[in-house]
Design a protein around this ligand. Structure first.
Ligand code: GRF
Length: 226
């Protein structure tokens, strides 16, 4: 990862597959850090709503189609693009393709994901349905470093919201989204500002993180041992 004290800006890529609301939240949050970091590439595995909006704003976009060809070929094209762009950190923001172990190894310790659950619970899809189905009292979102396992890897920040009696999967997803945006922006701007320091085994916050009370409550925030 780029040294935050060097003059070189940290080069970020955001990978998406859908509406791109996390990507736009990150773009907005990073505008306060444009001397330290830049979004060098927004890539999608298909022409999705998020990439169409990003193209309309003249952001640096790339579509690498996965459908109708071997996954290894699509991944190789994406890896080439990320390497040519000299990307430091890859941010998965609703990218609906499972990265191969080779892809993860290529960018080891430099890929970050957000997952809409209180990991390690509910890896994979349909997290809102599954937490309701289980009768849980709380749901949440986790930002984590990516390893070769699905929705695994050290958690950098996690927060929860209370589940309401009348919640549906749709209402829960809608209520969780502002927390997701806040968490992802906090982690990525934290990395850029040095508030979150990456280590070999994950990340360490230099001071405790508090989520605005109306959004949720932090449940995991790795700290330096005192
Ligand atoms: C978010 O819920 C994220 O947690 C999950 O995919 C969704 C992406 O939403 N991984 P958006 O495209 O950022 O709006």
């Amino acid at each position: 990862m780029a040294n935050q004290e060097s003059d070189r800006k940290i080069r970020l890529a955001i990978l998406i597959s859908g509406r791109g609301s996390n990507m736009f939240a990150l773009r907005d949050a990073l505008s306060d850090y444009d001397e330290k970091a830049e979004i060098i590439l927004i890539a999608a595995d298909k022409q999705c709503a998020g990439i169409t909006l990003a193209q309309a704003e003249d952001l640096p976009c790339l579509v690498v189609p996965y459908h109708g060809r071997p996954k290894a070929e699509a991944e190789a094209e994406l890896i080439d693009a990320l390497k040519s762009a000299e990307v430091d950190i890859i941010i998965l923001a609703g990218f609906m393709r499972i990265l191969s172990a080779d892809f993860v190894a290529e960018f080891d310790g430099r890929i970050i994901n957000i997952h809409p659950s209180l990991l390690p619970h509910y890896k994979g899809l349909h997290t809102h349905y599954r937490t309701l189905d289980a009768g849980d009292s709380h749901h949440g979102a986790s930002v984590h470093l990516v390893n070769a396992e699905l929705d695994d890897g050290p958690i950098l920040l996690q927060a929860s919201i209370a589940i309401h009696k009348d919640d549906t999967a749709k209402s829960l997803a809608m209520r969780l989204l502002p927390l997701e945006h806040w968490l992802y922006c906090k982690v990525i701007t934290g990395l850029v500002s040095g508030e979150l320091v990456m280590t070999k085994s994950g990340g360490v916050w230099q001071s405790p993180v508090t989520v605005p009370a109306e959004l949720g409550r932090v449940t995991i925030c790795p700290q330096k041992p005192s």
